[in-house]
Write a protein that binds this ligand. Structure first.
Ligand code: ATP
Length: 584
């Protein structure tokens, strides 16, 4: 398949905004793609090269991308930079520069989808020192053979800025439309995607074997399952009411990192909440699983928590961050020991347990997890009495937990869903008006005084999942330690952008923009309507967005979350409405 056909479809996708239109166009594109090229097409259309959980990252730094463009277009770096700033988009800059260059008499080979994909994959996999020049050569050669329109999309892809507004679920709809004649089968395809979150694989399964192809998709050791998430309510009473007075299973909500543990014999793989492989951070957890889990083949979920070895007490989440390193892990293991608190089991032996009720899975968990000082099923209480829940909440807080997760004992494991089958109850809900929010750093303002030379405040965004964009929601300057202030510029540097990144909506203009990447946790006194911030514009009142009052950084960098996993606009609207109700 020629890449020009793909580029033309991208251009058409950009011109339309209606969800149905996007789905139909994408469905046509899928239909016209040969089976073996469907996975590459699907990954590329989402600006990726492989499913997220394989961790193949493209996102080339702005500087390198501009160099490749200069080389391919034969333009001076200053000219490339001017075009970039003028358009505010590296893709449009590439299109202009290559149009001006003209392909002339030079013979150039028509680009195929396969070549573009394989070159980008090669570039992404080239690591280590000295590889910059090699990457540049590969990219420049690709761009040399590209038409201006093709170059536009290649540049956006390599910088991680191809935002066509094609969400995962739109691709699933398009696959249903293209190969199953309509969207009715979407829930079945969606289930397959939630238990095997590789869109390329799922779309190719539908295309090759129809509905049967996706019905057969099973939970598999080694392929992470999209995590089930919790809704939030602010009191024990509200939770029992929501659960219609039924007996619930309340569990400690530990303040650590979520691990999805895949075990096959001695082989153990650990996935984070965002489904990245984090096995190397926790060699001790791997040993704990081998020694204290009684199922040789299993998928389990646990919260890994740093503990004080002498007292057995839980330590805050920040302590775990010392384990996120490439070198010196032996020392870090000795300095920051951990315990595993198991809270779910999704596969045991040959049995997929995701369809079983929670009470069944919990019993199974108790059977397979040995209780030791480092491993245990998370403490749990069955009750339908709000007073018992209150009391259990106090115990949880005293034991160093964040609060409770209250679960419906009859609920299956709903991969990828945030529903009221799990409800979290945190301490913050009671003293403050809102929950903590996980927000994306989209910009920063230079600091003054003690903060001169660093950033003083940060502009934060929230994810609008319906539109696939990040909207501004707050400016935060408090809660940062000196250590944080020293660290943030370094963490953010690779994502710096001289222009407002595509997919970011903000009326406020910071000194420096960042491509959405870093997620931080913030607490605030309340949510207010705001004419300045763009989050949820028009959802509560026309012309107004929602923003945070007195936001404060909690000290937690949520690198277990992708920017798309940050608190969404829909959640913020929900929190705002609940807050208003409480004030009434
Ligand atoms: P938060 O920001 O509150 O940690 P989140 O957005 O990461 O929430 P939620 O689904 O809202 O995810 O809350 C559930 C999280 O709580 C899980 O991802 C897990 O890491 C953690 N957790 C701790 N204890 C439990 C438990 N007993 N059952 C389920 N999740 C638990």
């Amino acid at each position: 398949m020629l890449y020009s056909a793909v580029a033309r479809s991208y251009a058409a996708l950009e011109r339309i905004t209606g969800r149905n239109e996007i789905t139909n166009l994408l469905a046509q594109l899928l239909k016209s793609t040969p089976l073996e090229e469907l996975p590459p097409l699907v990954y590329l259309t989402q600006g990726k090269l492989r499913p997220d959980y394989e961790g193949v990252e493209l996102g080339l730094a702005e500087k390198l991308a501009l160099r490749a463009l200069a080389s391919a277009s034969g333009s001076e770096p200053a000219r490339v930079y001017t075009a970039y700033v003028k358009h505010g988009d590296i893709g449009a800059a590439a299109e202009e520069l290559l149009t001006n260059k003209g392909q002339g008499t030079l013979f150039s080979e028509a680009l195929t989808l396969k070549r573009v994909y394989e070159t980008l994959l090669k570039v992404a996999r080239q690591g280590g020192s000295g590889s910059v020049e090699a990457k540049l050569r590969e990219l420049a050669s690709l761009l040399n053979d590209a038409s201006p329109l093709e170059a536009k999309y290649i540049m956006r892809t390599i910088t991680g800025e191809l935002r066509l507004g094609v969400a995962d679920y739109t691709v699933l709809d398009a696959a249903a439309t293209a190969f199953l004649g309509g969207k009715d089968a979407r829930p079945i395809i969606e289930r397959a995607y939630n238990v095997h979150p590789d869109l390329g694989f799922v779309v190719a399964s539908v295309a090759s074997r129809g509905l049967a192809g996706v019905e057969e998709v099973k939970v598999e050791v080694g392929v992470p399952i999209r995590p089930m998430l919790a809704e939030r309510l602010s009191s024990a009473q509200a939770i029992i009411e929501k659960m219609e007075g039924k007996v619930v299973a309340a569990e400690y909500k530990l303040d650590g990192e979520r691990l999805q543990i895949h075990r096959d014999g001695d082989g153990v793989k650990l996935f984070s909440r965002r489904l990245e492989v984090v096995t190397s951070h926790y060699p001790d957890a791997v040993d704990l699983v081998r020694e204290h889990v009684g199922a040789k083949k299993a998928i389990l979920e646990a919260e890994v928590v740093a503990i004080d070895e002498d007292t057995g007490e839980y330590l805050p989440f920040q302590e775990l961050m010392h384990r996120r390193r490439k070198h010196g892990i032996q020392q870090a293991m000795a300095d920051y020991p951990v315990a595993l608190n198991f809270f779910d089991i999704l596969l045991a032996g040959a049995s997929d347990l995701t369809g079983k009720p929670y009470s069944f899975r919990r019993r199974k968990l108790r059977q397979v997890v040995e209780e030791t000082s480092r491993t245990r099923p998370v403490p749990s209480l069955s009750t339908s009495d709000p007073r018992d829940l209150e009391k259990f909440m106090e115990d949880a807080i005293t034991d160093g937990c964040e609060g409770l997760v209250v679960k419906d004992p009859n609920s299956p494991y709903r991969a990828g869903a945030r529903e009221f089958a799990w409800i979290k109850l945190k301490r913050e809900y009671r003293s403050e008006l809102t929950d903590t929010l996980d927000l994306v750093v989209i910009g920063a303002f230079h600091g003054r005084g003690r903060r001169a030379g660093s950033f003083g405040t940060f502009l934060l965004g929230t994810y609008d999942s319906a539109r696939g964009v990040f909207t501004s929601v707050a400016k935060v300057g408090t809660g940062f330690s000196d250590e944080d202030l020293a660290k943030f510029p370094r963490l953010l540097k690779p994502y710096e952008s001289h222009v407002r990144p595509p997919g970011v909506e903000s009326k406020m203009v910071p000194d420096v923009w960042f491509r959405p990447h870093l997620v931080i946790e913030v607490i605030a006194a309340e949510l207010t309507l705001s004419p300045i911030h763009t989050a949820a514009t028009g959802r509560i009142r026309p012309e107004s967005g929602i923003s945070l009052r007195f936001p404060k950084f909690t000290g937690k960098i949520r690198d277990d979350k992708r920017p798309e996993d940050s608190t969404t606009v829909d959640e913020i609207v929900g929190m705002y409405q609940r807050q208003v109700k409480r004030v009434d």
